[in-house]
Design a protein around this ligand. Structure first.
Ligand SMILES: [Cu+2]
Length: 412
């Protein structure tokens, strides 16, 4: 039997998690949304495969695994998650569509299905997906911290391996999204414990970045400001993640603004700050033009302070019990919400300024030299912007990526 409402155009009213059984029953465009996720999943899988094969098969002569830039290690770890986790969300969306069309009872209890099963499938992908977003940011920060400290990165291998450890652990913690969804107490306990493991490789990175700064010749250009912002904000995001991993505390703040604040400290304080660091770091390489450094700092200041004004109050709002996913709130939450609103104006202003000066620089920015930051990795040995095929001759690599002051010494 084919449901007449199975294919509808327009928006879906399920929210981004499209939880069952509502997403099975809704008359809005849940089928098309699931189809969109399915197609997007393939682009993720193909991208991941491409990177894994390239890293294994197409390294230049002398480019051993431990001479690769840490950004490449981060992308390698990301690609592993993309290839292994994405098929699960693909199959889940396919099952959802099959259930909407043919009423096979996978997830809807009315048809004999189990809605909690859907949550398991969903988070088995969607937790690792968070690390698909954060790992490249961590990779960018590793590059920028070394270059703008003019120092060999501290703990190269520890940072490289911790990326792989984060990728591995990301697969065994998904149940922390379901502490109040009715999974067994034993499962809650195990997922709580396993989630805390994430703190170990993450802290290893933060410690190594900080140790790299120690006694470095630190240059506070815009990429570095964003990288330092990343370390500061991401550490707050990571530590509040430990609060949420703790079962007793999570039950109290589950689905409150505490989660919203934590998530933004990780995703915006982490991923977006890393992305902005990368934009500014590689902009001259990509387009052959410098952005205006002073405006870069102004924009960074607005984004960084605005971010904290916006999201720090939300930790308090959540602890006071303000639930997420509502457009309205009780009067006692007004002041902190107004704080957040004004903070968001700062972020907005900072980002608008950034977009304006990036566009401006394409035409009017000073011409970039091949290596404006004094980087040691391969991309800084070619012109800005690079020519087609990058290199006139395939380079032979004889040293590691951050050999400041110890030329010729390979990483052991
Ligand atoms: Cu998670």
């Amino acid at each position: 039997m084919l449901a007449t409402s199975a294919i509808v155009f327009g928006g879906a009213d399920t929210g981004w998690t499209f939880y069952t059984p509502y997403s099975i029953r809704t008359a809005t465009a849940a089928t098309l949304m699931a189809g969109g996720v399915f197609v997007m999943g393939f682009s993720g899988i193909m991208t991941g495969l491409n990177f894994i094969v390239t890293i294994h098969k197409l390294r230049a002569q002398g480019m051993t695994f431990f001479r690769m830039p840490l950004f490449v290690w981060a992308i390698y770890a990301t690609a592993i998650i993309q290839v292994l986790a994405t098929p699960v969300i693909g199959i889940t969306t396919a099952l959802l569509v099959i259930e909407r069309f043919f009423h096979v009872g996978f997830f809807d209890p009315k048809l004999g299905g189990d809605p909690v099963l859907f949550q398991h499938f969903f988070w088995f992908y969607s937790h690792p997906a968070v690390y698909i977003m954060i790992l490249p940011g961590m990779g960018i920060v590793s590059e920028v911290i070394a270059v703008f400290s003019r120092k060999h990165i501290f703990g190269y291998k520890a940072i490289a391996y911790s990326s792989l450890a984060i990728a591995f652990i990301s697969f065994i913690v998904w149940g922390h999204h379901m502490f109040v969804s009715g999974q067994s107490e034993l499962a809650n306990l195990l997922f709580s414990l396993l989630t805390m493991l994430v703190a170990i490789p993450t802290a290893i990175k933060v410690v190594n970045w900080t140790a790299t700064l120690y006694k470095g010749s630190i240059l506070l250009d815009t990429p570095m400001l964003y990288a330092l912002g990343f370390i500061f904000l991401f550490t707050i995001g990571g530590l509040t993640g430990l609060f949420l991993a703790a079962l007793s505390y999570d039950v109290h703040v589950h689905d409150t603004y505490f989660v919203v604040a934590h998530f933004h400290y990780v995703m915006m304080g982490g991923t977006v700050m890393g992305l902005f660091a990368g934009f500014h770091y590689w902009w001259p390489k990509m387009f052959g033009r410098m952005y205006p450094e002073r405006w870069g700092k102004v924009s960074w200041f607005l984004v960084f302070t605005g971010f904290n004004l916006t999201f720090f109050p939300q930790f308090f709002l959540g602890k006071l019990g303000m639930p997420r996913r509502y457009y309205d709130y009780l009067p006692q939450y007004t002041f902190l919400n107004q704080f957040s609103t004004v903070g968001s104006w700062f972020i907005g202003a900072g980002i608008i300024i950034m977009y304006v000066y990036f566009l401006w620089s394409l035409k009017y920015g000073a011409k970039a030299t091949a290596n404006p930051w004094g980087g040691k990795t391969l991309e800084w040995h070619i012109g800005s912007p690079p020519t087609t095929d990058n290199f006139a001759h395939t380079p032979v690599i004889t040293e590691g990526p951050y050999e400041y002051g110890i030329k010729g010494k390979a990483i052991e």
